[in-house]
Each structure stands twice: as C-alpha cells, then as structure tokens.
Design a protein around this ligand. Sequence first.
Ligand code: EPU
Length: 429
Amino acid sequence: MDKLMIEGGSPLEGEVQISGAKNSAVALIPAAILADSEVTIDNLPQISDVSLLAELLEEIGGKVELDEHTIRVQPEEMIAMPLPNGAVKKLRASYYLMGAMLGKFKKAVIGLPGGCNLGPRPIDQHIKGFEALGAKVTNEQGAIYLRADELVGARIYLDVVSVGATINIMLAAVRAKGRTVIENAAKEPEIIDVATLLSSMGARIKGAGTNVIRIDGVESLSGCRHSIIPDRIEAGTFMIVAAAMGRRVLIDNIIPDHVESLIAKMREMGIHIEVFDDQVVIQGAGKELTGVDVKTLVYPGFPTDLQQPFTSLLTRARGTSIVTDTIYDARFKHVDELRRMGANIKVEGRSAIINGHTQLEGARVSASDLRAGAALVVAGLMADGITEISGVEHIDRGYENLESKLLGLGANIWREKMNGEEVRQLENS
Ligand code: EPU
C-alpha cells in the first residue's frame, strides 16, 4: 500500500492539462456493449476505474485494447455472462453494466456496486426505469438479476434527479421498441457525452442536457469513434489548488461553462480568474480570501464532488463559511482529517461550518473516498510541514497522474510504500 507525502507551502506556477472525464468514461465504456461493431473511445483518463471496466468487458467476451488514452472495444462476441462478484463490486459505476447488458441481451446479472463510501447510495430509480421498460428485477444474494422478454419504451418520471439513473435508463432504452421519455432527468455534461456517443452509434436521442429526454428505440447500433469531454471535477480540483497556492496557474483543456458555479464562488471569495475558450488562469497565492457559503445542487449548481476540496480552501479564508451538501448528506468524512491538521470545522446535520483563516499543519491523515482524498491533497499543499495521506487507492480511482501534474506546478509531493506497522494501524482504524 502506498501513501502520498506532501511538504506544503510551495507556491505553484505553470500549466496543467486536464484529462478526460471519469464520470463520462465509466458510462461510455459499458455503452460500447450496445454496439454490434468496434467502438473507439479517445481522451480516456488513465485511472483504475477505467482499467477495471476494461477487464469487465473482457470477462463478458469482448476484445479490448487499452492504450494510454484510447480504448478499442470489439463487442461482437460478448455474451450475457453473469457478473455477480469480483471486479464488478470494486466500482460503483459497474451499475452501468445493468443498463447496457439489459439493452443488448435483455438480461443481466450484476453484483451490487461498491465505490466511494458517501453514505447510502440507493439505485431504486434505476430499477424503477428498468421495470417501466418491461424488465423483471430481483435482488438475489447481493446481485441484481434483470430479465425481459422484450423492452418497450415507456414514460419514466424520476422521483430523484439522478445522473446514474438517467444514463442507465438511456442505455437500456436505445434498443427498446418505441419511445421512452425520461422526465425530471439529470442535466450533467456527462449525460450529454453519453448521448453523443450513443447517437454516433445510431441511437435516436433528443433533449440530453435538459430535464426531458426522448429516446426512439432502434433495432441495432454500430461502432463509432468518440472523444471524451474534459473532466470538470478534475479541472475544479486544480482550480481550487491554484486558488490555494497558485502564483499563476493555467488550467488547460477545460470547458469553462462546466465549472461556472465554481468560478462564481471563487470570485466571491476574492480570487482572480481569467476565463478563455478552453482555459482558465488563476492567481490565488498570498491573497486575502473571504469566506463564502456553498450549497451543492444538481448541475448546473455547485457540484457535490467539489464540496470536499473546496472546504479545505475555505480554511484559508477569513470569517465563517458554511458548506451544505444537499446531494449526499454524509459526505463529510474529510472533516475529521482536516481537524487533525488544525482546521476549525464542525459538522451539523448536512453542513460543515468552517471558521477560517487557519494555518493548517501537516499531519497523518487518511482518505476515506476519492474527493476526500482531493480535499486532503489541497490541505497538504497549504499546510506547514509534511502531510502523509493514506487511502491513496481512492485517489487513483479518479485522478490521472495527480502527483506528476502537481510536481509540474512546483509542488513537493511524492509517494512512499507504507510499512507493516502503518498498514496494521490503518486496518485497525
Ligand atoms: N439517488 C436515489 N436513488 C437512485 C439514485 C440516486 O435516491 O436510484 C440519490 C442519491 O442517493 C443521491 C442523489 O440521488 O442523493 C444523486 O445521485 P446520482 O444518482 O446523481 O449519483 P450517481 O449517479 O450515483 C454520480 C457520480 C458521482 C457524483 C454524483 C452526483 C458517477 C459514476 N458518479 O453518481 O461522482 O457525486 O453523480 O453528481 O458518475 C465522484 O466522482 O466522486 C462521484 C461520487
């Protein structure tokens, strides 16, 4: 097991390239199952969730070539192989195999998803959608069984706006008979990205990116080539890093519209941001920052995935800030770790209350989930002394080459193997 080591306090300067979006990639790779010929996906992030999904496609009979940033999937020999255990349980996004395999084979068996520990993460809306399309869905010993004689388009109203349910229903509906209408659909850019891939494969989808999506089912889908949109959460994380420690940091290959809510909040804090077509430039180091209140909302509101790293930044700002997560009310596991580093924060209900203007101190901390890891990296860069972060495997699930990107900006960051005693302590904690 590795740990990340950061010696804080170095001002950061230079350029960083943003990779393809993790939350698109994890849906686009399963979507390739739906095609009848080769699908090529470019601008793929090099993260462990992507390699796990590539393995899963091979497990069901696909031929998969995974180069640096490109995956080629030949789905011709795939079969409806049950996947009740194994890699499927290691990532939450394996739930997209349900929609894709149901859409292609009219049946699937998928172990209940794992992934980040953010409190309860139900998939009732996904199941409601599959059932509306005509599938019988049962939960047998921790695996979801889906079967349908045929899938027939339906009108589906989502009781909760859900990214996963919206994408999963699209996957199941593109080859169903007739029209499916998803009402109260999520509007995240990753949904548009999946709809773009499916449309290039021959699907008929209208309204992706709005709250009503209409899908007219087609008999078959063919292969295509698609390039993934930039990762708005990775972009946002580097924007926060730059606001915390950046003398002048240029963040390249982004879609600024996708991070508009973050830009607005940062400007409210007094951070200087210049916005270009596919870049932003941020100067944050040494500036007096003002605390702000933030409430996470569905897109285009402030993303829950940036709430945790943003909280670390707020420890530097003057005054009191309140961060409220309306999407995941238990997404506060980073707070105890930030307190070990000297932050003055408490959690009340679904809010973190931060009394700012604190100089954080390096400490031994542990990342409980992906974005908690990002929060601790931001904190470590700002802290006096050395911060040791365990739970690095969570960070590797979603950030491509985080250390080398930060090293390129001048951070003092490296990886070390944990010794036996440290591993034991972590396992007992
Ligand atoms: N929800 C339900 N029932 C459902 C589905 C969701 O009640 O059937 C609830 C959830 O519990 C949550 C809310 O609806 O309170 C929104 O959940 P959503 O389904 O939108 O989340 P998700 O699709 O499981 C994706 C991202 C998450 C991101 C959320 C919210 C992927 C693979 N994951 O999850 O990303 O936080 O949308 O934007 O796309 C991350 O990248 O760190 C991450 C956790």
